[in-house]
Design a protein around this ligand. Structure first.
Ligand code: NAP
Ligand code: ZN
Length: 352
């Protein structure tokens, strides 16, 4: 049997403009799950990829890697789920299964991992993402959405949420007072604040303007808010932090932020700066500080953040939009006007 015919929203060139696109899913294999897509989060990485800013893309490209759906078909050996289950798919849909990364449950670092979109399926067809009426994915790369979690709330956790959760987990120690900083209050950053607070950390937000101060302190529950251009505020926080989660998707100076770390503090990059960043070595060596990075999280951690979120009864700030608004949503993201994550109502947009 041939794969299903579906309708997605695709970029055709580096302008990144999305328009309806009809394509065929790959054939359903024995361990595959077919999901009807309900919601899909809108991530800044989608924008980078639609414009070929990270690596060259073969167009048409259907983005979307924060996918929540309902199981509508199962391969003969797909026993992990049942029809009607609410499930999620994140940034990857395959890995080799036998390298060191795969064997240590870190398949996001497998050199043969296949990304949800912008990659190539084993049958040679391009992978296409969740801005589409349906998807077919191997069950290993599908997670269960907890019963208590609304599907639109679950969507941003599948990339942005696990991206913040995975590096923060190492600091999750209820017996230790941890001082954290989230740099850049966008999709990943605002989930980072909520997760860090739920882990018991003292959380400072550093933002590029005053615009988000009240929301950060009153709605997200941050303990402090600094504006990066305010030298006096920044100096007041010097040598105080255990870690900084840097979510900024652009060129920015590092010195002022490294100075905020205490001895042995860590600056963790998750934002994709599309140009090289600079720093002076003494910023690190005078304090044995480190710069590190983190890429999404493993499948195990993706399930963990969904369960953590549900257990702690957390709520993110999202704006649910329909397909006719999607290009405007990316424009607003680029102008830094999102509060704080767009989620596309795929099923409610009647793409088919
Ligand atoms: P977003 O919603 O656009 O948020 C980014 C935030 O960074 C903005 O809200 C803004 O916060 C700040 N910012 C934006 N432009 C800036 C500039 N020119 N200078 C300083 N600050 C700026 O993006 P997102 O979806 O959270 O994604 C953030 C980054 O993480 C992107 O590069 C994305 O590709 C990357 N990402 C990485 C992973 C991973 O696995 N490592 C996963 C998901 C996303 P303020 O208004 O507070 O300044
Ligand atoms: Zn591997």
């Amino acid at each position: 049997m041939e794969g299903r015919r579906v309708i997605g929203l695709a970029a055709r060139d580096e302008s990144g403009h999305l328009s309806p696109y009809s394509f065929t899913l790959r054939k359903t294999g024995p361990e595959d799950v077919v999901l009807k897509v309900l919601y899909c989060g809108v991530d800044h990485t989608d924008l980078h990829q639609m414009r070929s800013e990270i690596f060259p893309i073969n167009y048409p490209l259907v983005p979307g890697h924060e996918v929540v759906g309902e199981v509508v078909e199962l391969g003969s050996e797909a026993k992990k789920f049942k029809l009607g289950d609410k499930v999620g798919v994140g940034c990857m849909i395959s890995s080799c299964g036998k390298c060191m990364a795969c064997e240590s449950n870190s398949e996001q670092y497998c050199s043969e991992r296949i990304l949800t979109y912008g990659g190539t399926n084993k049958d040679g067809t391009p992978t296409q993402g969740g801005f589409s009426s349906a998807m077919v994915v191997h069950q290993k790369f599908v997670v269960k959405i907890p019963e208590k979690l609304a599907p639109e709330q679950a969507a941003p956790l599948l990339c942005a949420g696990v991206t913040a959760y995975s590096p923060l987990k190492q600091f999750y120690n209820p017996d230790k007072a941890i001082k954290a900083e989230i740099l850049g209050l966008g999709g990943v950053g605002h989930l980072g604040v909520l997760i860090a607070k739920a882990m018991g950390h003292h959380v400072t937000v550093i933002s590029s303007s005053e615009n988000k101060r009240v929301e950060a302190l009153e709605q997200l529950g941050a303990d402090a808010f600094l504006v990066s251009s305010n030298a006096a505020e920044m100096e007041g926080a010097a040598n105080s932090l255990d870690y900084i989660l840097d979510t900024v998707p652009a060129l920015h100076p590092l010195g002022p932020y490294i100075s905020l770390l205490k001895v042995a503090g860590k600056l963790i990059f998750v934002g994709v700066a599309t140009k090289p960043l600079c720093f002076n070595t003494e910023h690190l060596l005078l304090g044995t500080k480190s710069l590190t990075g983190s890429f999404i999280g493993s499948m195990e951690e993706t399930q963990e953040i969904l369960d953590f979120w549900s257990e702690k009864a957390l709520t993110s700030m999202i704006e649910v939009v329909k397909a006719d608004y999607i290009n405007k949503a990316f424009e607003k993201m680029e102008r830094n006007e999102v509060r704080y994550r767009f989620v596309l109502d795929v099923a409610g947009s009647n793409l088919e």
